[in-house]
Design a protein around this ligand. Structure first.
Ligand code: PMP
Length: 399
């Protein structure tokens, strides 16, 4: 990885070099991804699948090549990768398509640490269809209470959907164990991998899940593209989520037959350039190696925790052991937005607020937190800057 690959990191913010520590929201993009997107528009732009002309064939090949690259990246088979708009849409697709087959009283099992994206779609479908959403407890260490999880996994549980890595606590959940327990129970298992696929090797076969969702924009790729992995036989049996062009095989006035997977789930013109950019992002991460990405993220996250633990007045959230590459905290007596605003004056970008996990915030007894989240281009120096800046915030507020 070369920091120079990321043009935006050369920017100054408020007179300081940018320390971008908001990667759990979205990552920055290397030149290789940016130029793959511009190359598509400059040299190959055309719609896919329908054209019998050279540009359309090139665009189709590039788009389909990205399906293959992403499949390889998570060890899925061809045809098992669907491009959506983002993780949120991937989960909405599942909530719609899976729940169509459910009956009132059927249950969906989540945890208390889910992002709104893996909570609100289920909640809203459940409200309409008389389904019940249950939440496995999060214990004081920030882990899922697995005894409680097992006690909720019962005869009526049709769907289990769990985040791989919490975007607030950084907890790495035992998703292989959860997928196995779901399978043994006859439930469909879904992993929200928005915070794991960008940061660690993820192998869908080894995890044994039925579905896995993630977003291109958090893994060096463009915004506007999401991924849904699904086991082929389940995808084939599921009804489509969106209807229209490209997802059909045959249309009559009375009814339609649908295309094969994955295209059955990719109605209309997709974000072709975005998918091509995601392919370039996957190439970039592949060259570095996901073990190296994981190792770097872990070192930064451990270093940040060790530094902030020593900072007076700081309350840290999440497990003390193995964690994702992020750290959430509050400075006693200071609103998280005020902390973020003062850090910004020093050129440090962090996120503050409820992080799309309001129920978890309520459980933690807070309304918000500051989150510093790291990626492969961040350094210990930037964490040192974060620490000094936090000390400055403390001074400002203790006056
Ligand atoms: N799940 C988790 C755990 C996340 O962190 C996020 C993004 N913050 C999402 C889902 C939603 O991702 P997107 O906004 O790309 O749909």
């Amino acid at each position: 990885m070369r920091r120079e690959d990321f043009p935006i990191l050369a920017r100054k913010v408020n007179g300081h070099p940018l320390a971008y520590l908001d990667n759990a929201s979205t990552s920055q993009k290397p030149k290789q991804v940016i130029s793959a997107v511009s190359d598509f528009y400059e040299n190959h732009n055309s719609n896919i699948h329908r054209g019998i002309h050279s540009l359309s064939e090139e665009a189709t090949e590039m788009y389909e090549d990205s399906h293959v690259k992403v499949a390889r990246f998570v060890n899925a088979d061809n045809g098992e990768i669907i491009f959506t708009r983002n993780t949120t849409e991937s989960i909405n697709l599942l909530a719609y398509s899976l729940c169509l087959g459910l009956k009132a009283g059927d249950e969906i099992l989540l945890t208390e640490m889910e992002h709104h994206s893996n909570l609100v779609p289920w909640q809203q479908i459940a409200l309409k269809g008389g389904l019940k959403v249950r939440f496995a407890r999060v214990d004081d260490s920030g882990a899922i209470d697995m005894e409680h999880f097992s006690s909720l996994l019962g005869k009526r549980t049709r769907i289990v959907s769990v985040g791989h890595v919490s975007n607030v606590l950084g907890t790495i959940n035992p998703v292989r164990e959860i997928s196995k327990a779901s399978r043994d129970n006859g439930s469909v298992s879904i992993i929200d991998a928005a915070q794991s696929v960008p940061h660690m090797p993820v192998d869908v076969k080894s995890l044994g899940c039925d579905f896995l969702a993630f977003s291109s924009h958090k893994m060096l790729g463009p915004t506007g593209v999401g991924v849904l992995y699904g086991k082929r036989h389940i995808l084939e049996s599921l009804p489509p989520f969106l209807f229209g062009g490209d997802m059909i095989r045959q249309v009559d006035f009375g009814n339609s037959r649908f295309n094969d997977v994955p295209w059955k789930f990719e109605a209309g013109t997709p974000d072709i350039a975005g998918a091509v950019g995601l392919g370039a992002a996957v190439d970039y991460l592949g060259r570095i190696g996901m073990d190296a990405v994981l190792d770097h993220g872990r070192k930064l996250s451990d270093y940040a925790r060790s530094r902030l633990l020593l900072t007076p007045g700081i309350e840290l959230y999440g497990p003390s052991g193995k964690r994702g590459s992020l750290l959430s905290f509050n400075l006693k007596g200071v609103h998280s937005h005020d902390v973020a605003e003062i850090l910004d004056r020093d050129g440090i970008a962090v996120r503050a607020g409820h992080h799309c996990a309001m129920p978890l915030m309520r459980k933690l007894g807070i309304t918000g937190a500051v989150r510093a989240s790291f990626y492969l281009y961040n350094s210990k120096d930037e964490i040192d800057r974060l620490e000094s800046s936090i000390l400055r915030v403390r001074k400002v507020f203790s006056k």
